[in-house]
Design a protein around this ligand. Sequence first.
Ligand code: SF4
Length: 440
Amino acid sequence: MNALDSERIGDMLLAAGWEHAEKEAEADLVLFNTCCVRDSAEKRAIGRLTLLKPWKKQNPNRLLVLCGCIAQKDGADLLEKIPFLDIVIGTRDYPSLPALLERVAQTSERLAVTEHIDSQIPDIYIPRANKSLSAFVTVMYGCDNYCSYCIVPHVRGREVSREKKSIINEIRALAKSGVKETTLLGQNVNSYKDAESGADFADLLSGVNDISGIERIRFTTSHPKDVSPKLICAMANLEHVCEHFHLPAQSGADAVLNRMNRKYTRDDYLNLAARIRAEIPNVVLTTDLLVGFPGETNADFQETLKLCREVRWDAAFTFIYSVRPGTAAAEYSDNVPLEVKKERVAELIHLQEKISAEKNASLIGEILEVLVERASARNPRDLAGKDRGGRTVVFAGDAMLIGKIVPVRICRSTAHTLIGEISSSPAHQITTPDTQKVML
Ligand code: SF4
């Protein structure tokens, strides 16, 4: 989401007459878009910004701007803390950035603008400079779920959906400029609702599916409590919607899920995963897991490992809990020692890597449909792309294939990558029931 915000802020500044600088030394303006979802991200952003003190001192007419979640959270306090910072701008105040830059350039004021956190962001069309095959598109802002560990509702505001027709128009324009794959973004896309037409997220997927030139549609993120049978059915039936469901579980212990305010149980999650797998052949299921939440006992952690063995996600993003001031969980005692958190996350990663490696190995011999994105970072003679499940596939091929969808037969695999060769036969994947078990 932050990557897209940065891209859109760049688009807005280009439309206002600014140009991209290649290096900091050439820049008249440096803008930091920040994340505060974890303590480490916040420290890194402030540390990096502080390094620009000599840059600003060299030429006081240069402008330094901090935006994103840290800006929304700390507002004007940041101007006091960082005396060479010019503008602090909140997560829903970006549209006023060009005007604020002009004002600050003329008056040398220092400004913090963060008051519109619960407002609708004006849906003004700004041309996109994106020249790649894939594009993120925001479908909704904010979140109403208030998971007890999460800072997002406090810094991104309440849920607001964009108009369906604006989203469709934006994706049509992207398709005309050569985009083949779009990822629809929101903190919880399953609660999308178009105020004008009443369309829900499944209806939106159906509308995007009809746009000529868009060959792949992805979305993130989904809250398990809001996944509807209609959405699963849409995924199963819409030709261009990819078979990849990112479904954050966070924990396998009911007591922890309850304290996290996640509003589902491990059984709910297991039933949902089973239903998705039954209706969408070859679906790739991925997740987020949070380890060391306040009060997480060893028995709770064992439940998370057990859930991992039962669901057998294709991949998982694993995180260590860190307290976020202002959230409900900040009131709980953060009583799991850091060493224990580290041991638990290492054990979880070890188990998940084993499962991911097994699942990838089961694809050897299959022919997958790969959207070729780029030359491989490891070997420029190889190409890299993604299959419909979002898995990275590497194979030898001519750079002319970049941007095309090609069938690749999988020959080898690791926990994170599939390695193959171009196939003369079209893509096909045999659906095998996921019955393998892991013993660790
Ligand atoms: S649904 Fe996601 S963004 Fe919203 S509060 Fe929960 S974890 Fe945060």
